[in-house]
Design a protein around this ligand. Sequence first.
Ligand SMILES: Nc1ncnc2c1ncn2[C@@H]1O[C@H](COP(=O)(O)OP(=O)(O)OP(=O)(O)O)[C@@H](O)[C@H]1O
Ligand SMILES: [Mg+2]
Length: 341
Amino acid sequence: MQSLSEYLQAHPDLRFIFTGGKGGVGKTVSAAVLAYQYAQQGKRTLLASLNPVHSLSSLFGQDLTGGSVKPVQGVNNLFAIEVSTEDAVEKYRQNVGQRIREFLKYADIPVDPKAFIDIAMTNPAFEESAMFDKMSDMMLMQSGEYDRIVFDTAAVANAVRLIGLSKIYGLWLGRLIESRKEALSLRVQLSFRKEKVAQEVARDPMMADLMAMNERFIEVKKLLVDPEVTAFFFVTLPLSLPISVVKRFIEMVKGYDIPVGGVIVNEVITPQALQGAADEYLLNKFKEQGAYLRIIDQDLGPLVRAYVPLYPREVVGLESLRQVAEDMFRPVEALAGELLA
Ligand SMILES: Nc1ncnc2c1ncn2[C@@H]1O[C@H](COP(=O)(O)OP(=O)(O)OP(=O)(O)O)[C@@H](O)[C@H]1O
Ligand SMILES: [Mg+2]
């Protein structure tokens, strides 16, 4: 079993770290701890929340709202942003609208673009597409500015769609480029003034636009599937539902060749916490958790990087984040033995 710190040491060039899992299992806390740890090591780190509902501000106990990058008070090298879904969607809406207008103009299709734009906007994955676009922006443009970017992604379904979308997006772009190429070469073949048209084709703004989009997409994808650069960490509780979500999620992510960094088991009742406790409820929960910890060990064993104890209070503020960091980066082997005994 490789612990979290061993994994990070073995992957010194990681630049993009993601956390995922079922709702409420501790994705934001885990992302914050990873970012905190990197910042402590002197890495200039950006913690980016891509959730429609943000919780970085309440976690750090400071105002990180507003959709722009802000330094986290009290931690050197740590910056945070709560990406505004509305801003991302609005920017994306304008981009897509612009593309559709251009397309209709260059293809010489004399129709009102508004209907086409409306249809594109009602696409149920539009918001995810917008967030994916924003994420791509950050990965390509801000990676020079930061040594590490830790993304706190939305609940499981959204994050999977975000990834799945990248595949569809790629297919769609490839097809668009192909048909544009076909149309352009036809124009060259049909023209008497071939040279003139060939020059025009080389300058074709739509083709240039598509190619640029495609290059950007290929670049992001290359980063997303590189295990030296990217790692997805999944957070689960020792409970049935979060475990099946993580298993499903891992299969999906692997299907897209995205590297899995490991699994963090959160809110574990430690034997120490039980000591002297006569509380029936806690004892029952402890027994129940035992069965799930064994399932986790059986099915995900080598991927488990950390067991984080259940704290008596929620994780709020730097002091409690420091405590979680300490626990999350403990050697995992000894704890596993103790918990699974
Ligand atoms: N080990 C722990 N012990 C006690 N409380 C915890 C622990 N881990 C997380 N929490 C608390 O559980 C709640 C959920 O944590 P967090 O916000 O990180 O989950 P999430 O997966 O990001 O949720 P969401 O799906 O809503 O984004 C928070 O109030 C947090 O303080
Ligand atoms: Mg969260």
